[in-house]
Design a binder for this molecule. Sequence first.
Ligand SMILES: Nc1ncnc2c1ncn2[C@@H]1O[C@H](COP(=O)(O)OP(=O)(O)OP(=O)(O)O)[C@@H](O)[C@H]1O
Length: 523
Amino acid sequence: MTARLELRHISKSYPGVKANDDISLRVEPGEIHAVLGENGAGKSTLMKIIVGAVQADAGEMLWDGQVEAVRHPARARALGISMVHQHFSVFDSLTAAQNIWLGLDRSLTLDEVRTRVRELSSAYGLPLDPERPVHALSVGERQRVEILRALMTRPRLLILDEPTSVLTPQAVQTLFVTLRQLAAQGCSILYISHKLDEIRSLCERCTVMRSGRVTGEVDPRQETTAGLSRLMIGAEPQRPPPRTARTEAPVRLSLRGLSAEPEVPHGVALRDLQLSLKTGDILGVAGVSGNGQQELLRLLSGEDRRAPRGTLVWTADDGTEHDLGPMGPRQRRALGLHHVPEERLGRGAVPVMSLAQNTLLTRREPVGRFGHWSPSRASALAAGLIERFGVRAAGPQATARSLSGGNLQKFIMGREISAAPRVLIVAQPTWGVDVGAAAQIRAELVALRDQGCALLVVSEELDELLELSDRIVVMAGGRLSPVLPVAQATVERIGLWMSGLWTAADAPPTPEGTQPGAAHVPA
Ligand SMILES: Nc1ncnc2c1ncn2[C@@H]1O[C@H](COP(=O)(O)OP(=O)(O)OP(=O)(O)O)[C@@H](O)[C@H]1O
């Protein structure tokens, strides 16, 4: 059979790093082919070469058996190659439908695109209102925009770079049904993921990369998860640290009936949120993105300062209370409240600035008494983070945008964790991070909690929340469910609550479990 895509001896170097080193790869028509590799292994670079966004230094590409020099993304689109990127390339001020329309060849009118989006989103179980502006969408919903945009082009090769990082388990299953349907119709799929279970259940072949080279090609269905992990990182991931039993701990931060109207049209209104973050405790917030998580995170971080007086309260060690509502992020950081936003590029880091300069976004150590910052101290801080968190980067002067997605996530997480925060608010802590690094980040979060930090972790990965959290709460329709100790949080129960189906009777018989306003809320 003629391969749909064949790569022969592809190499690509950046200053100081050989991102791809003599890579060969074959993808058959209708094949679902995984590309697996640790952060910075060179997967995204290879995909960018296939779609013509980056030019290889050496090697050739064959399409349907013919040598093809894809020098431009338009050529890749004309061949039928479509890619869903890890970092979303959407325009914030436009609606979902307008964004999709812009990415197409204009053979359809905007109205036709809207109709088609509705059809595709219901056929493939990817709910999305085409009229909503993208700035009001959560990352999970933005990802759906990208996936729908790719599906609209009726691709012959669909490349997905970490498509499930922000999808719920149910949404992942639906996506897999879609992908299998597409493959059965002859579309080839290149699937990049760090989730070994997903690769084993979805893909027929798997190319493993390490440090820019192919280290093996296997049938993932014949491998164990541990076996794949060994091929990829040369070891099995760290086991989760043993949990110590928690005793009743003092409250550090509380939400007391916090309600807020949406800041933007189509945003989610928050209703009567009651919650306490305790010292030495990890509270996990589960839920489908777009149910108010983004709005809650903005109120907690201080980007949104509209929390009504007395509804967002910081309790100091001596018991005195401070109203956090009107304080901005910097004032909150001075108290010890740090925050990792879900969007890494743009909000977590400034893409064109060096890692050293990016430390200044949230850290004061490099800043002197008169407000001048010291480049050497910023570099030293960045170098320390690179070392401690195993960030693969050319050095402290590398720009944030030159890092692979997972490495930038490690850097940002490291910057906030090593600030020794008293409260840490984290969204999607291990998004795009390989299994080894994910285990390390989780262990660091648990260590922080053991040092007395109060953590709130928002994640769409239920398994991650169950592993990390001491207590779990579900967010649906802008409300919070009762809080459950993790031992009582079964996947079934949490899954049901994700659709807003809880009642006051669900609250466990503990003081923290009683939640006014925790009535049934259809999402
Ligand atoms: N534009 C660039 N300039 C400099 N270095 C780059 C650039 N793009 C990628 N690199 C480097 O090339 C290497 C491979 O990066 P790539 O993004 O391909 O990795 P990846 O396997 O996709 O990683 P991840 O799983 O973290 O997304 C990394 O060391 C990265 O820092």
